[in-house]
Design a binder for this molecule. Structure first.
Ligand SMILES: [Zn+2]
Length: 904
């Protein structure tokens, strides 16, 4: 055994394990050691199998959230597990420049200093952006380090580093040459405040109050009446090209084909029939403004007889163009809306106004209402790229976990639209297009060209738009490994294995990475995708920056430790559920880790200096104690179940299995039973075997726990006899190392159940802690009787009863005694004689419980509570009420028996 000397820590042996678990000391120590030992550096020439993954590069906009920590923890569990399985692991960390999002943050920071971002010269603006990156990158890296995540920092990548620039340009040029990138006029989400196209992900829909206006469009031929149209946007009337009605709407059958006059103008437009109109909305007629509404644009495209009108809103959403009357020119949307309402009212075309609540699209970046806008942008044709991915996923080449998200995935892929990849911002990869001023030819090139390829002119102008930030991110699994160069990392570690991320970016990122992977490398980018749940706070609310209910991970780590955070995140987040996370979760984790700490401290005296590390479980003699067989078999089952849960991509289930094993089986039950043997009261051979069993199970259990809580396990492992330099480099326990003994498992369950029920009876009968009452069990069968008889001393010792008598079938029940019918028979415990003070205190307690029960029942009778509360809360309330009723019944029984028994 070789013991590692950690910096400043002295020799880490049994005698130096601190009495109390202090997470900060432990994590600082081991993070430094891992770093110094380059424990997570991926082998440059891996032998055997590999396991690789990329860390979803966080945006440089801010700091990491607790949601990031959930994803990072899941990835770390898999990375560490794979390392322990002996695979060569590469986990690439990185950072995303986050285009528009970063620019908005920098713009805001400058505005606070009275500087307008738009007024800065280009170079100065880029310098400000770079300054922002430098400030925030360090903080993000510090957070990742604090969590103990085993990334390979030597392979850190940034989405704007020179290699990423090359990869991005390469991809643009290839797709352009293949005819998969084009420039065209299409409708996009436009942020008029930031004056750029934005992605669907950056559009937030909020319910807002508005006014629905019923406007009359008079008949163009001067006939009385006209058509009523309901709209919330009267200022867009100037851009109307038609009125559309449903072809089977009888109110309008005769109107189809007639012309109406556009209010506030002298223009006339036709009434057209379109099956996309909802006859139930407003008056059943819709004004068609193809340049400024997605639905209107679709209707327009179904009617080739209509022609595209001129623009009525400029890039900043001010009214403009030949169709806008002079009085409205230059007005912004709110002012134009107000003026048009006045004008419609004055000309008696405003029929009525209604309060109306509807969904408004706003830009996440600037909060400005999004103006759909037809604009000249660059697009990627997605259909062909998507089809290949759909086929690959259907064939199982990439697996999605939890599986049910595959349906959502397929549905979205079926309706995929072309991707608008250009953005009118400064911060991003330039689009590698150089337009010829002489012949208008678009020169698309990897390196800026000197001359136009079409006419030879040198008058070339670089495209001013930049690329959407996802246009680099979608290349990440191979770009982060050095593509387009044929690097050694790419040859060894690509395709990667696992991608872990939130399902909110399933389409923006995950699906696109799949498309890029197959298209540019001919291979899947990863074999498995795992979507984490979304975190909620303890009141059940989704954690968000907006609500301010998402704690800073560094605060959580400072207050509770990285391991408690990690375990809490995974343990409380069942796969595919949006679990709660907060103080209670963290306390629970911290208690668990303290329990583990104390368990190892308990074991230390049984591992004096010179104790050999456990090479395997002890060889059991025929007369070995049942508890040793039991704990080894339970341990073996735990190895199998944890390994299977990880393989099935259920890290939370794996954590739960380990929690149950350590807390209940190992710490609460085994240690208590084994104490006597460990202290030598059952002879030397049993003592030795029990000691070896305890040390073996503990050492192996620390290995199983290591991927989840790496720091504390590394510390504890070094305190125990162990083989090797670092737990992080130890091997994952083999399932078949310990003997299975299912019969002993069942037998021990009976023994432990007997202890549990006798303890319950003690509590119910209010037996003093130092008393040793007599107890009886009437076993339900001969086999049970045999086991209980054999383990009688253990049961007596742990349940603190004496003597324990096993009753024959048909023997009379002892009295006076508290009793319970239990799965393995009947339990009795001798009741202490009644005393008046006790009766009084029981009566007081009964009164208190009755009050609580009445309240619990009233709550359950409240229909509103039952309907609105989450089902598990209702279930919990029901269980609580049942428990209260049972406790009252017990007290009643007790009081009755006190009344009939003689007082001493
Ligand atoms: Zn030219």
């Amino acid at each position: 055994m070789q013991c590692l000397r950690a910096p400043g820590a002295g020799s880490l042996n049994a005698s130096t394990l601190a009495p109390r678990f202090d997470p900060r000391t432990v994590q600082d120590r081991w993070q430094a050691v891992w770093e110094e030992r380059r424990a997570f550096r991926a082998p440059d020439a891996p032998g055997g199998t590999t396991f690789s993954l990329v860390l979803p590069p966080p945006n440089v906009t801010g700091i990491l959230t607790i949601g990031h920590m959930l994803g990072d923890t899941v990835m770390d569990i898999y990375a560490r597990h794979a390392r322990m399985e002996g695979r060569a692991v590469l986990w690439v960390p990185g950072l995303d420049h986050a285009g528009l999002a970063t620019q908005v943050e920098v713009r805001r920071r400058l505005a606070k200093q009275g500087v307008r971002f738009e007024n800065l010269p280009r170079e100065a603006a880029l310098a400000e952006l770079e300054k922002w990156r430098a400030d925030h990158a360090a903080r993000i890296e510090a957070q990742t380090r604090a969590g103990g995540f085993s990334v390979d920092w030597s392979r850190f990548r940034y989405t704007m580093d020179p290699a990423s620039v090359r990869a991005t340009r390469e991809v643009f040029v290839r797709l352009y040459d293949e005819g998969l990138i084009y420039r065209g006029e299409r409708m996009v989400n436009w942020d008029p405040r930031l004056r750029t196209a934005i992605s669907d992900l950056e559009v937030v829909h909020t319910e807002e109050d508005a006014e629905l206006l019923y406007v009359r469009y008079p008949w163009a031929d001067g006939a009385p009446g006209g058509i009523e149209v309901a709209t919330v946007r009267p200022e867009t009337i100037f851009g109307d090209v038609a009125i559309a009605v449903h072809p089977r709407d009888e109110r309008y059958t005769s109107a189809i084909g007639r012309e109406v006059r556009v209010p506030m103008t002298e223009r006339t437009v036709p009434v057209v029939a379109d099956a996309g109109i909802d006859p139930a909305f407003g008056a059943g007629a819709l004004k068609v403004t193809p340049r400024h509404d997605f639905l209107d644009h679709e209707i327009f495209q179904r009617h080739p007889e209509l022609s595209m009108p001129p623009e009525i809103l400029d890039e900043g959403a001010h009214l403009t163009g030949p169709w806008v009357p002079a009085a409205f020119q230059g007005l912004d949307v709110p002012a134009a809306r107000e003026r048009s309402i006045d004008e419609l009212d004055r000309t008696r075309l405003l029929v009525r106004r209604e309060k109306y609540r509807h969904s408004v699209a706003r830009s996440e970046r600037s909060d400005a209402p999004v103006e759909p806008r037809i604009s000249l942008q660059w697009f990627v044709r997605m259909r062909g790229l998507a089809d290949r991915v759909v086929a690959a996923v259907a064939a199982g080449d990439i697996r999605i976990h939890p599986e049910r998200w595959q349906l959502t995935f397929d549905r979205w892929m079926a309706g995929i639209q072309d991707w608008c990849i250009s953005r009118q911002v400064l911060w991003g990869h330039p689009i590698p297009v150089y337009r010829c001023r002489a012949c208008q030819h678009d020169n698309v090139a990897r390196e800026p060209p000197v001359r136009c390829a079409a006419c030879g002119s040198t008058a070339l102008e670089a495209e001013s738009a930049v690329l959407d930030t996802w246009f680099t991110s979608w290349l990440w699994p191979f770009a982060a490994l050095g593509w387009p160069d044929r690097t050694e990392d790419l040859a060894r570690y690509y395709p990667t294995h696992l991608l872990v991320t939130g399902r909110d970016i399933m389409f923006f990122w995950v699906a696109r990475m799949m498309m890029a992977g197959y298209h540019f490398t001919g291979q899947r980018p990863f074999s498995d995708v795992y979507f984490t749940g979304m975190l909620r706070d303890e009141r059940g609310r989704r954690m968000s920056k907006h609500l301010g209910n998402s704690p800073d991970p560094l605060d959580v780590i400072r207050d509770h430790g990285a391991d408690a955070m990690r375990f809490g995140l995974v343990f409380s987040n069942p796969t595919d559920e949006d679990g709660p996370f907060g103080e209670a979760t963290l306390e629970n984790s911290r208690n668990f880790l303290t329990k583990l700490w104390n368990l190892v401290r308990f074991a230390l005296p049984y591992a004096p200096p010179g104790t050999l590390p456990p090479a395997g479980p002890p060889v059991l003699a025929r007369e070995s104690p049942r508890e040793n067989r039991w704990i080894l078999s339970r341990y073996r089952r735990t190895v199998a179940e944890v390994t299977a849960a990880l393989r099935a991509f259920e890290p939370s289930r794996a954590a739960t299995i380990l929690h149950t094993f350590v807390r209940h089986d190992l710490a609460d039950r085994y240690v208590e039973i084994a104490k006597e043997a460990l202290q030598g009261r059952r002879g030397e051979p049993v003592q030795r075997e029990t000691r070896e069993t305890l040390l073996f199970v503990l050492e192996r259990t620390l290995r199983l726990l290591h991927p989840f809580v790496p720091h504390v396990t590394e510390e504890l492992w070094h305190a125990l006899p162990h083989d090797g330099e670092l737990l992080a480099q130890a091997s994952w326990p083999a399932e078949d190392e310990a003997p299975a003994d299912p019969i002993v498992e069942v037998e021990m369950e009976t023994v432990l159940e007997a202890v549990r029920w006798l303890r319950n009876l003690r509590a119910e009968e209010r037996i003093a802690a130092d008393a040793l009452p007599a107890a009886w069990i009437r076993p339900a069968g001969a086999e049970i009787s045999g086991v209980l008889a054999a383990e009688r001393p253990t049961i007596e010792r742990i349940a603190r009863v004496r003597p324990l008598t096993l009753l024959e079938p048909g023997a009379p029940a002892p009295a006076p005694a508290g009793s319970r019918v239990v799965p393995f028979g009947e339990c009795y415990i001798a009741r202490p004689p009644a005393n008046p003070a006790e009766t009084e205190s029981l009566e007081r307690e009964r009164e208190k419980l009755a009050g609580l029960l009445a309240r619990a029942r009233a709550r359950l009778a409240d229909d509103g509570f039952v309907r609105r509360a989450p089902p598990e809360v209702v279930r919990e309330a029901e269980t609580k009420a049942e428990e209260l009723a049972e406790r009252i019944r017990r007290i009643d029984e007790h009081l009755k028996s006190n009344a009939s028994s003689p007082t001493p």
